[in-house]
Write a new protein. Structure first.
Length: 215
């Protein structure tokens, strides 16, 4: 008889698939912006004159000042797709109570705690000084302060790390391990189970009876 799925598995399965879909959507949007950003220019009025923000010049400046800037930009897009596919896969594994999904959740939780910290350090050490230098050389009247770039990155990293930590702690709980073990045992017990009028069906509350001896 299949093991009953705990509510926590259903909740994390739904959350994982929803967040996975959002990561895939963000990956598509970020990829499109990466392709289109080189030809985007913006104009601002200040001091009685028009000031144009040259996106191509801005990207060129960051490529010169930040090591591996282009690789990091496209790597971030690929990271979004990776997160999306992994989380959807984990969600399916949670619904089916697959043991591998629990270990996958542990690995993913650790991954998404470490990686945002590394990316945030990279942004603070390399990207922020380059952004500050660019706007000192090309002042814009209403440009946001450079630290706002890091602030938004830090908030995003904290949100990612928060869910990763919750997922990791949940996967490490003994009760979670027992739930996955019960699911694996139930799946193994269903293999070769005889079908017929004497099969115990919980949905119809039939009484268990001994099967007739095999001839």
């Amino acid at each position: 008889m299949p093991a009953r799925r705990p509510a926590s598995l259903t909740v994390f399965a739904i959350l994982s698939m929803v967040f996975g879909g959002l990561w895939l959507f963000c990956g598509v949007c970020s990829g499109v912006l990466q392709v289109a950003s080189s030809s985007m220019n913006f104009q601002q009025s200040g001091g009685g004159k028009q000031v144009q923000f040259d996106q191509k010049e801005y990207e060129r400046h960051l490529e010169e000042k930040v090591p591996g800037y282009k690789i990091m930009q496209w790597g971030s897009v690929l990271l979004m797709f990776f997160r999306g596919f992994v989380m959807i896969g984990l969600g399916i594994g949670f619904l089916k109570m697959q043991t591998w999904a629990r270990f996958g959740a542990m690995a993913y939780g650790l991954f998404d705690i470490v990686v945002p910290v590394v990316l945030l350090i990279f942004n603070v050490v390399f990207v922020l000084p380059a952004v500050e230098e660019y706007f000192q050389l090309h002042p814009m009247p209403f440009a946001p302060p450079p630290w706002s770039y890091i602030a938004s990155a830090a908030i995003g990293a904290l949100l990612v790390m928060l869910y990763a930590a919750i997922l990791l702690v949940w996967a490490l709980l003994p009760s979670t391990g027992r739930a996955f073990a019960a699911g694996a045992a139930g799946a193994a017990g269903d293999v070769g189970r005889p079908e017929g009028p004497d099969y115990y069906d919980e949905d119809y509350r039939r009484e268990r009876r001994d099967l007739p001896p095999e001839s």
